[in-house]
Design a protein around this ligand. Structure first.
Ligand SMILES: Cc1cc2nc3c(=O)[nH]c(=O)nc-3n(C[C@H](O)[C@H](O)[C@H](O)COP(=O)(O)OP(=O)(O)OC[C@H]3O[C@@H](n4cnc5c(N)ncnc54)[C@H](O)[C@@H]3O)c2cc1C
Length: 335
């Protein structure tokens, strides 16, 4: 395996920010991955998939690993009667190609997560979610290499400590995920979970799994910018959780505030709404702005320096804090 020095990371982050990796490698097998870890024990390490949830503000002074470990296998026996199906997918498979593979075969559980850019290996990291679904609901096991000692380790669903756009992998940055085992179902019944999607499907009596995937794709293509055309990393901030008291206070001035009471007693509200009301819908400072139809998405009109994105992010955070007394936390990883 080749090691490249001072390698540009511009094509390894969907925001297209410019930074150099001191060392860069692309292991094609677990063996190669282990070797790269053993040979660079004292270097800082960062795993990069397709770079759709990450950007850089400075050079990375260490080893950037861009795994190229592909492959997929259905673990369940050939018994078509069996309702449950388990599939192990290697980390570098493209997420949406895997979703399409499952939908074509009628394996249910991933259809709402259609068209999310990135790799299978990154999906558990921030517990990707969309249209009322989260990947944690279909993850059986995550197989990884502990980058501190090169040992293999597998995590049950509970051990992944999944939360809202969160997991043990995101919090520690210690594990390189090499495969994910999904637990899917052979029977599909559409369960309405999300307003936009229900609306898209309202004329269909019994939508098939393929109908749902197609509807998700249509809605996403209408609403979200294509990162290959207009660099971005999807939703920039997490939706905040606030107290009922806080929600009631904000509702005096903004009665239409989206507010979803959680089991914890906290209220989940919409970061997009807060950013919009703070005056940042379609705003632009220099080369950085928010997407005109979706203020939660920060877009890059041409900046090479990730610090410009951070400055704009802070401007939004400050204004939302001053207006609503709510701290917005970025969902995107900043390095
Ligand atoms: C237009 C657009 C729309 C999006 N929509 C959604 C959405 O609806 N829902 C959603 O949840 N996200 C969404 N995202 C965010 C992004 O697609 C996901 O977070 C995706 O999982 C990132 O995959 P990636 O391979 O590009 O990961 P990267 O950006 O390369 O990495 C993300 C994080 O995961 C870590 N990582 C990557 N691979 C591994 C691995 N093998 N082992 C350990 N750690 C790893 C990285 O170190 C980094 O911390 C969107 C992004 C864009 C650009």
């Amino acid at each position: 395996m080749d090691y490249h020095r001072q390698t540009s990371l511009k094509d390894h982050n969907s925001f297209k920010t410019e930074a150099l990796a001191k060392i860069f490698c692309q292991p094609k097998s677990v063996e190669e991955l282990r070797k790269s870890l053993a040979g660079h024990r004292d270097e800082k390490k960062l795993i990069v998939g397709e770079g759709c949830n990450i950007f850089f503000t400075k050079d990375f002074d260490g080893l950037v690993i861009h795994p190229a470990i592909k492959g997929l296998r259905e673990i369940s026996d050939e018994d078509e009667e069996d309702e449950d199906i388990f599939i192990e997918v290697n980390a570098s498979e493209n997420w949406d190609e895997f979703v399409a593979y499952c939908v074509e075969r009628g394996f249910a559980g991933l259809e709402n997560l259609s068209l999310i850019p990135g790799t299978v290996g990154a999906a558990p990291v921030q517990n990707i979610g969309a249209y009322g679904a989260e990947v944690k609901d279909v993850i059986h096991e995550v197989v990884a290499i502990d980058m501190e000692n090169g040992e293999g380790v597998s995590f049950s669903n509970t051990e992944c400590e999944f939360g809202y756009r969160d997991s043990i992998f995101k919090r520690t940055g210690r594990y390189c995920i090499i495969s994910v085992v999904f637990h899917l179902k052979r029977t599909f019944i559409y369960t309405p979970k999300y307003f936009d999607l229900n609306k898209e499907l309202e004329d269909m009596e019994n939508p098939t799994i393929q109908d749902v995937r197609n509807a998700v794709i249509r809605v996403r293509q209408r609403k979200l910018p294509d990162e290959k055309v207009l660099p971005n990393a999807g939703s920039f901030f997490k939706n905040p959780y606030i107290t009922q008291e806080q929600a009631d206070r904000i509702k005096i001035d903004y009665p239409e505030l989206p507010a979803f009471l959680q089991k914890t007693g906290l209220v989940k509200t919409s970061a997009a709404f807060l950013i919009d009301k703070a005056g940042y819908k379609g705003a632009r400072t220099g080369d950085i702005g928010t997407y005109p139809t979706q203020p939660l998405i920060i877009v890059n009109y041409g900046a090479r320096d990730g610090n410009e994105i951070v400055r704009f992010m802070k401007e939004i955070q400050r204004t939302v804090k001053d207006t609503f007394n709510i701290e917005l936390e970025p969902e995107v990883r900043i390095f």
